[in-house]
Design a protein. Structure first.
Length: 98
């Protein structure tokens, strides 16, 4: 597990990555109902260095809607897109096959 501080310097690039993938329709999920509901609760807003996400407020109860799964997905997608790849440990012996 990787701890990601909730600072604009860390969250804004992750939101920017997510926004780019979503708007280009390059990101899909498996249809999980809870994730889908929480994704619908996300509002994108411009930030000084890109985009940020925030939770929508329920018009009836005036409570902030849950977006924890959406935040986790955003951070996971960003990490997957930007983490350095470990060096390959693949080895080959002899002449290449033709």
């Amino acid at each position: 597990m990787v701890d990601v501080p909730s600072t604009p310097e860390r969250i804004t690039p992750a939101a920017e990555t997510l926004m780019g993938l979503v708007t280009s329709r390059a990101l899909v999920h498996d249809g999980d109902a809870q994730l889908a509901a929480q994704i619908r609760n996300v509002l994108a807003r411009p930030a000084p260095k890109g985009w940020a996400i925030e939770a929508a407020v329920d018009a009836r109860t005036h409570q902030t809607r849950r977006i924890v799964a959406a935040q986790a997905a955003m951070l996971a997608v960003h990490r997957a897109m930007t983490a350095p790849r470990p060096p390959s440990r693949a080895m080959s012996f002899g002449a290449p096959r033709r």
